[in-house]
Design a protein around this ligand. Structure first.
Ligand code: ADQ
Length: 745
């Protein structure tokens, strides 16, 4: 209301100003029009009577009649014929005395005008009855000269002028008012329409044109509130913060993880005692701290020789030993199942399929059958362990591509997050697998499918596009199949921070001294380290070959530089792994034979599983760590090396084909196939000034500290929580069966 009053006030003032300006302009214009009109009429009258005037000039009886013709116009008061010397030769009836010829001549003289002017002249006089104009035209053709005076009543000009001006002003005012009214109405309509659109869009049923805008706004708000939440909790992600996120976002619900590898393996030693082994597995390295923070259940293959003896009647065991913060539920596999599902389909089929490492994938029907069967067994185990019909299930890795859809079939309301720990290849490569469609559809049973990098997400979406019937929402990185939506998201995995295995370890300098002593190396020996499962994707052969090239090109390092390779035997039943084992051993021997001198050995190959404190001791002892994977989802060894270097010393040489290379840009990033480049990077690392080492290490440590595994898990769980609340809301809104419709994301 107040806005309208303000608008009207401004409008009226504006109109007033406009009218005043228009009034001035109109007065001047109309007066000019009328004066010109009078002048034209007078000229016309004189021109038409001119010849008669000249002819009758000498005839005083006829001249008044000629003058009467000129004065026929009603506004002409009279006309007179004057000699050049001012004598009146004749005048029409009623000619005003004030304009007698002599008086006119005097008036002209006073104004500096001449009666002989070729275009005529005029004299304006204001008389009490109104303005009068005398107009004269010279008649030079007369002997002795002469002129005619016509006197015009000009009072009509004022009257006409006032009428015309008033009418024009009225018209202008009405027009201006109408224009203003139209503007106001149009503006009001447009404003109301815009408000309606905005309201509709905010309600979520907005016009199409608002969709992108509102989506952006919603996404922004969600992100900001998420970030605000995070900031409110503050600082680096920690177990406490992850626990807090679980309580806050998921009301402390229990998380169920399903993974092939168990975090604690009970092994019976030769002396009959049972020992607990921490497996060499990136998946375990990442997820175990998460489970300790969150508690819940970890469903895994019971692979240890003493595993059966350590479980309760429900095949459960509380871990970690002595801490017992969560439960491992063991699933037992027969020899046949393990051979087909684990060694066969998973590690001879999917593993080489997903890694570009030049090992041909083997796909066998019999393995596929076991893979399906074991996936179902694990899915059933998960369903047995959950305590609600909408649990949160974290499915881990390529061993369980079918499990998400199997769990979904039994628990349609479950929130299933599947994380694929290895790369996802391009569709051409996926196409090699005869069961690609089943695998992809199995994964699409998940609510979220996570990969380490956006590139792997893109590859997955491309494979979905190529092999299954679905709709891909590329804008939101989602797949919609049978009206259910699966998000595809990158979650770069990481390690715990700080690493618990560092507690109680000697200082880096002491570790280095101890390792040199143990290995019989000189006290000033320069150390390089590589720590992996013995797997062909890790590029161990290429790494050792690069050490060979380094010694070849840098004689100054011979006798001084030793590379220690810790290689945990892995998948030893598979021929390709046995072959790799032999080849690595032969290569190490060859290099040692070439460069050894006295007690000096360039390569120390320790083919054994090492418990984490031992692994971290080697990381701390080395001048450099070379991670040379030919293809790797992330590679946590690189991050562990960074975490181990509390002294901010040591250089990481890192393959460009690891996920880690995208984050650890302060490493010396190399192509492991290029032995020249890799060996030069090692030489650079060994010669790098301490300040530069510190600068690089500080930057990498800060990154891993912030982007630690608690953040990785936290982000996934928060995404899961949001997904759940949206699905629950959408189910309530639609009053339809949960899991049977596309969520309202
Ligand atoms: P992995 O292939 O197992 O992981 P990685 O991420 O490097 O590879 O983790 C290996 C783990 O095993 C590390 O914690 C390391 O310390 C440990 N380890 C290596 N050698 C060892 C040895 N000799 N003795 C004892 N422990 C040893 C998979 C994918 C990766 C991905 C992880 C996590 O292949 O790309 O980074 O999962 O998602």
């Amino acid at each position: 209301m107040a806005r309208t009053a303000r608008f009207l006030a401004v409008l009226l003032v504006g109109l007033g100003l406009l009218t005043w300006v228009a009034h001035l302009a109109l007065t001047r214009t109309t007066r000019r029009w009328f004066e010109r009109d009078v002048e034209l009429r007078e000229r016309l009258a004189v021109a038409s009577a001119r010849s008669s005037l000249v002819r009758q000039w000498a005839n005083p009886a006829a001249l008044p009649e000629v003058l009467a013709d000129i004065t026929r116009d009603e506004r002409v008061m009279g006309a007179a014929a004057c000699d050049r010397d001012g004598r009146t030769r004749a005048a029409s009836e009623g000619f005003p005395e004030a304009f007698a010829c002599r008086g006119v001549l005097a008036g002209l003289g006073a104004r500096g005008l001449s009666p002989d002017a070729r275009d005529g002249w005029s004299l304006d006089v204001d008389l009490p009855g109104g303005p009068v104009r005398a107009y004269g035209v010279a008649l030079p053709e007369l002997p002795g000269g002469g002129f005619v005076v016509i006197v015009h009543d000009m009072s009509f000009v004022g009257r006409r002028e006032a009428t015309t001006r008033n009418q024009l002003l009225l018209a202008f005012f009405v027009l201006a008012l109408a224009a203003a009214a139209v503007t106001v109405v149009a503006a009001r309509l447009a404003w109301r329409g815009w408000q309606d659109d905005l309201r509709r869009a905010l309600r979520g049923d907005g016009g199409r044109e608002f969709q992108p805008l509102m989506r952006d706004v919603r996404e922004l708000v969600a992100r900001l509130s998420q970030e605000r939440d995070a900031d409110a909790r503050g600082g680096v992600w920690s177990p406490e913060r992850l626990r807090g996120a679980l309580t806050h976002h998921l009301q402390g619900e229990r998380v169920v993880i399903v993974a092939n590898r168990e975090p604690y393996i009970h092994e019976r030693k030769e002396d009959g005692t049972v020992r607990v082994v921490h497996p060499a597995s990136g998946l375990v390295t990442a997820l175990e701290p998460v489970m300790r923070a969150c508690s819940g259940i970890w469903v895994a293959h019971g692979s240890g020789s003493a595993d059966r003896e350590t479980v309760d009647a429900h095949d459960r065991v509380k871990v970690p030993p002595g801490e017992e913060s969560y439960v491992v539920r063991r699933v037992w596999l027969t020899e046949e199942e393990e051979a087909g599902y684990y060694y066969g389909f998973s590690n001879e089929g999917l593993w080489p399929l997903c890694h570009v490492a030049h090992t041909r994938p083997e796909f066998r029907d019999v393995d596929w059958e076991q893979y399906r069967k074991v996936n179902q067994r694990f899915a059933d185990a998960v369903c047995d362990e959950v305590d609600s019909d909408d649990p949160i299930v974290l499915v881990q890795d390529y061993h369980f591509a079918l499990a998400p859809a199997m769990i979904r079939a039994r628990l349609p309301r479950a929130t299933i997050i599947t994380f694929w720990h290895i790369p996802w290849p391009n569709p051409e490569r996926v196409g090699i697998c005869p069961w690609r469609q089943e695998l992809i559809e199995g994964l699409l049973g998940s609510s979220v499918v996570g990969f380490h990098t956006q590139q792997h997400c893109n590859n997955f979406l491309d494979a979905v596009d190529a092999f299954v019937e679905s709709r891909i929402d590329r804008e939101h990185n989602a797949v919609v199949q049978r009206a259910r939506r699966t998000l595809v998201r990158p979650y770069p995995i990481s390690i715990e921070w700080p690493v618990r295995w560092l507690d109680g370890l000697p200082s880096p300098a002491e570790c280095a001294a101890g390792v040199r002593r143990e290995l019989g190396l000189a006290p000033d020996a320069l150390l390089g380290v590589g720590i992996d499962r013995l797997d062909y994707t890790k590029g161990i052969e290429e790494r050792l070959a690069a050490v060979d090239t380094l010694l070849e090109r840098h004689p100054e390092l011979r006798g001084r530089f030793t590379f220690i390779q810790l290689a945990a035997p892995s998948r030893t039943r598979i021929a390709r792994y046995q072959e790799l084992n032999d080849r690595v051993e032969a290569l190490a021997d060859k290099i040692n034979a070439r460069w050894s001198e006295g007690s000096y050995r360039p390569v120390v190959l320790l083919r054994a599983h090492h418990e984490p404190p031992s692994v971290f001791r080697y990381f701390r002892a080395a001048e450099l760590c070379y991670v040379s994977s030919l293809h790797d989802g992330m590679n946590l060894v690189a991050k562990e090396f960074v975490a181990a270097r509390t002294d901010e010393r040591g250089v990481l040489v890192l393959s460009q084909f690891t996920g880690a290379a995208r984050e650890l840009t302060e490493a010396l990033v190399v192509n492991p196939y290029d032995l020249g480049e890799a060996s030069e990077a090692m030489a650079t690392a060994l010669a790098m000034p301490v300040e530069q080492q510190q600068e690089r290490m500080r930057a990498m440590r800060s990154l891993v500290a912030h982007f630690n595994v608690y953040r990785w898990a936290g982000r996934m769980l928060i995404d899961a929580a949001q997904l759940r609340s949206r699905e629950r809301l959408s189910v309530r809104l639609s009053r339809r069966e949960p899991g049977s419709r596309e969520s309202v994301l």
